[in-house]
Write a protein that binds this ligand. Structure first.
Ligand SMILES: NC(=O)c1ccc[n+]([C@@H]2O[C@H](COP(=O)([O-])OP(=O)(O)OC[C@H]3O[C@@H](n4cnc5c(N)ncnc54)[C@H](O)[C@@H]3O)[C@@H](O)[C@H]2O)c1
Length: 376
């Protein structure tokens, strides 16, 4: 195999990030294969052709079913709003394609579990766009936990804060349950759930509170209004227990002025602690308990080529949004070509969706909600 041919469905924000990342992935590492940006699919001939032209695809189409049926396509990459993910993914799996799907895998866990089961039965490679875990500082934190340097997980405190909902189109797909699904918990909360579980293991139960914003410069609507009108959640907090006994606290808010893309966590473990904030993702802070008493405390480490997924010998040269997307495609392609694991896959993403739903259920019932299933 010398070339894999890709069909990209959805040429919007993520379509651009993926197009750049497909170009970068085989240059940054020898994958033993080239990636052909064959066809970009979008809703109108004009939008599809304009995106294909701009983003470097060989051709454009409007009918994803016809594209999936083509024998020359090896990979189907889904970058549409989440309500379309299941139909596209199931058709692609049925046609024997490898499937990359943006997060959230879909809007409902029953759909997500079906997708995971079909992919497993078909033996195709799947991966989901929880891209942040591929950041060198987060990948290194995973290594520190795996090699015992940090000791046993104790507490994980995470937040994902954006200001994206101020002044945005009230009719955007993210603002409607039928298309976007849940709101901030499914959209950005799913990213922190992915990293939390990757680092600390399975979350087993949650208890949550959610809020929806009133129009204008007012605060939250009442909970009865949020539930009666079935509004999306604009903000949420939840507590979690992990299978290993560790505790977690989470906070998401899309009305967080000045926070930019603040995906951040602090973790405490029995031999050390780590702090990370995506807005300054080149660095992370780490504290080790076994330092001499006169050196104990946090140090700031700038990532470089010594850290997993670090591309440059020199620190300070940058790992950006496109780089972490390229790193995830490198893993996805190696899984197809060499049979190495690609994570997070559809099974991981289905469990994340179960946790998203448990957060919603708890916000309504006021009770702790257990997450079905367990570690693979
Ligand atoms: N991993 C991340 O960091 C990240 C960031 C943003 C968005 N996302 C996810 O990516 C997905 C897309 O989000 P986005 O921000 O790119 O949205 P977007 O609105 O910018 O783009 C969606 C594109 O899909 C197209 N589309 C809609 N219906 C289609 C159809 N039937 N056939 C073909 N194309 C169709 C739209 O025309 C649009 O071009 C969502 O699941 C979102 O949650 C992930």
């Amino acid at each position: 195999m010398t070339e894999l041919s890709v069909a990209l469905i959805g040429g919007g924000f993520m379509g651009k990030a993926h197009s750049l990342a497909y170009a970068l992935a085989p240059i940054a590492d020898d994958l033993g294969v080239t990636l052909r940006r064959e066809v970009l699919v979008d809703v109108t001939p004009e939008s599809a052709a304009a995106a294909a032209d701009q983003l470097g695809w060989n051709s454009s189409e409007t009918d994803w079913r016809a594209v999936i049926a083509r024998p020359d396509i090896d990979i189907v990459d889904i970058c549409t709003p989440p309500d379309l993910h299941e139909d596209i993914a199931l058709a692609a799996i049925e046609a024997g394609k490898h499937v990359f799907c943006e997060k959230p895998i879909t809007n409902r866990s029953d759909q997500a579990l079906r997708m995971a089961a079909k992919a497993r039965a078909a033996g195709v490679v799947t991966q989901v766009g929880f891209n942040y875990r591929h950041t060198p500082a987060i990948s290194f934190t995973k290594q520190l936990l795996e090699n015992g340097k940090l000791g046993a997980p104790l507490q994980f405190r995470a937040s994902y804060l954006q200001e994206t909902s101020f002044n945005s189109d009230p009719d955007r797909w993210r603002a409607r349950k039928s298309t976007g699904g849940s709101g901030t918990v499914g959209d950005i909360g799913s990213h922190v759930i992915d990293v939390a579980q990757w680092l600390f293991g399975d979350i087993t139960r949650v208890t949550a509170r959610l809020r929806a914003k009133a129009a204008g410069d007012l605060g939250w609507v009442t909970e009865s209004e949020r539930l009666d009108q079935d509004l999306i959640d604009d903000s949420g907090v939840w507590l979690a227990e992990f299978a290993n006994g560790a505790l977690g606290s989470f906070s998401v808010n899309s009305y967080a002025s000045g926070r930019k893309n603040r995906f951040a966590f602090e973790l405490d473990a029995s031999k050390g602690a780590v702090e990370f904030n995506w807005n300054s993702r080149e660095e992370f802070r780490v504290s080790y308990l076994d330092e001499p008493a006169d050196h104990q405390g946090f140090r700031t480490v700038h990532t470089n080529g010594q850290h997993p997924n670090g591309w440059w010998r020199l620190a300070g040269l940058g790992t950006g949004y496109v780089e972490v997307s390229a790193i995830q495609f490198q893993e996805f392609v190696r899984a197809i070509v060499k049979g190495e694991p690609a994570r997070p896959d559809f099974e991981d993403a289905a469990r994340i969706q179960q946790i998203v739903e448990a957060v919603h259920e708890s916000a309504v019932s006021g009770q702790w909600v257990d997450i079905p299933g367990g570690s693979r």
